[in-house]
Design a protein around this ligand. Structure first.
Ligand SMILES: NC(=O)c1ccc[n+]([C@@H]2O[C@H](COP(=O)([O-])OP(=O)(O)OC[C@H]3O[C@@H](n4cnc5c(N)ncnc54)[C@H](OP(=O)(O)O)[C@@H]3O)[C@@H](O)[C@H]2O)c1
Length: 331
């Protein structure tokens, strides 16, 4: 195999610099499966890694991209053979292990998920970590007794990748959904996904009592900080809150009152290290009952590797609505 194109991040003079370069297979982290990468995507974490705004990468240089989908190019793992369509999300990709923003990706066989029935390679990366995480949240909440009759689901960070899919999935399952967003111009998008009401950042009277009036049956939060604290005070009896992200801050200032007086459940969601059995069952649901009805609308941007370096800043600024899919190579 000759050299191929990759988006690699370097640390030079204390600064993080991402750029396109030609590398060879020997430069990639070890693994038993080499994937010819076709599609990847952009998550908030990719933007943190590529800009250096978050300490994601543990060594440099490192190929970015926490997700990838493509065809097996070669494999010394007997479970996979050349030409199999597969995907990988999370694990150490773009943290400790070269990621998916390269024409070839090499990973341990245990990280590989066969493309589930009901999804194309493109759709699997339209979903990517964002869709997988939203599905993990829905799955955990349902197993923990979340039902539509408990009241509306509040989805915070609504126009983001995780938020968009959480809205679409809960609405598709027959729940009433309220979107919490900082973007006043995205009502049409959010309505289309299935949100029937909006709450706007900066315009909510959050109160400060340990318990405020119960407003929500449950919540999906990818923002953290004050807004997550408010959700603990306003989710109703036996409701579930999926704590997913920290786009607005990592602190959580609340009390035990919601937990001991309302039986509220705070469910931590970690999509990076999910046991294989669970990973496969959630991906299976993503091809079936949790497949978003508006996948096409959620993909608002498509870029190729050459244009990838330009997309990250807008994520850090919270300006992107929907998902960006990255075309790595032709199918
Ligand atoms: N636990 C896990 O395994 C896991 C998996 C995936 C993602 N995450 C985390 O979940 C969060 C969302 O990920 P994503 O990929 O969906 O990100 P994204 O597409 O960039 O969406 C983030 C959204 O959060 C909202 N937001 C609120 N305050 C913000 C701020 N100060 N800066 C930027 N955005 C802000 C914005 O939506 P609105 O304006 O509509 O509110 C923004 O579009 C991130 O913190 C990410 O690290 C965690």
């Amino acid at each position: 195999m000759k050299s191929f194109k990759a988006f690699r991040v370097h640390e030079e003079n204390g600064k993080t610099q991402g750029r396109l370069e030609n590398i060879t297979l020997e430069a990639l982290s070890e693994g038993d499966v080499v994937i010819r990468s076709i599609w990847s995507d952009v998550n908030y974490k990719d933007a943190l890694a590529a800009t250096g705004k978050g300490k994601i990468m543990r060594r440099f240089p490192m190929v970015g991209g926490i997700d990838v989908a493509g065809y097996v190019h070669s494999s010394s793992d007997s479970r996979y053979k050349q030409g199999d369509p597969v995907l990988v999300t999370g694990f150490g990709l773009s943290e400790k292990h070269d990621g998916g923003y390269a024409e070839y990706t090499r990973v341990p066989g245990d990280w590989v998920v066969p493309l589930p029935d009901g999804l194309s390679l493109y759709e699997s990366m339209a979903l990517g970590t964002a869709g997988f995480t939203a599905a993990l949240a829905v799955d955990r909440m349902q197993h923990n007794g979340q039902t539509a009759d408990k009241g509306p689901i509040l989805v915070n960070g609504a126009t983001g990748g995780v938020g968009s899919f959480a809205i679409d999935m809960f609405a598709g399952l027959g729940f009433e959904v309220t979107a919490f967003t900082g973007k006043r111009d995205q009502d049409e998008y959010l309505n289309k996904l299935g949100a029937s009401a909006m709450v706007y950042r900066g315009q909510v009277e959050m109160g400060s009592a340990p318990l405020e009036k119960a407003l929500w049956g449950g919540a999906v939060d990818s923002v953290g900080g004050e807004e997550l604290a408010w959700l603990t005070r306003t989710v109703g009896p036996e409701g579930n809150i999926a704590a997913i992200g920290l786009a607005g801050g990592f602190k959580l200032n609340t009390t035990v009152m919601p937990f001991i007086l309302r039986g509220v459940n705070l469910l931590g969601i970690n999509s990076v290290f999910v046991p294989l059995e669970k990973r496969l069952s959630v991906w299976k649901r993503l091809g079936k009952d949790l497949k978003p009805r508006h996948l096409k609308e959620v993909v608002t941007h498509e870029v190729d590797l050459d244009n990838l370096p330009d997309v990250f800043d807008a994520y850090i600024e919270g300006k992107v609505a929907g998902r960006t899919v990255v075309k790595i190579s032709d199918e």
